[in-house]
Design a protein around this ligand. Sequence first.
Ligand SMILES: [Zn+2]
Length: 108
Amino acid sequence: MYYISKELSVSGAHKLTLPYESKCRELHGHNWRVKVFLKSETLNENGMILDYTEIKKYVMVFDHKCINDLVEFNPTAENICKYYCDKIPHCYRVEVWETDNSWACYEI
Ligand SMILES: [Zn+2]
């Protein structure tokens, strides 16, 4: 099995739909650290699982954007992880770090 990983920074905004009082209901920004993990038993014709440049294109769709304008789901860190994992070929794990000590992960 082959494995690769890439870490990127995404500066964006979101607000969460929550049934209780929370500052997260207001529009605010994050400098998310996004770590994606890919694996494959085979490599493409270029000897790669997926070009890092392609991974970057998938991850940076939210950069300098309001995520709420781009997706139908409540853009929690957990849901953002799942979104990336579903979109990126061969991805099996995504971590989204909102701060140095708060992070979410989705893994197949
Ligand atoms: Zn937030």
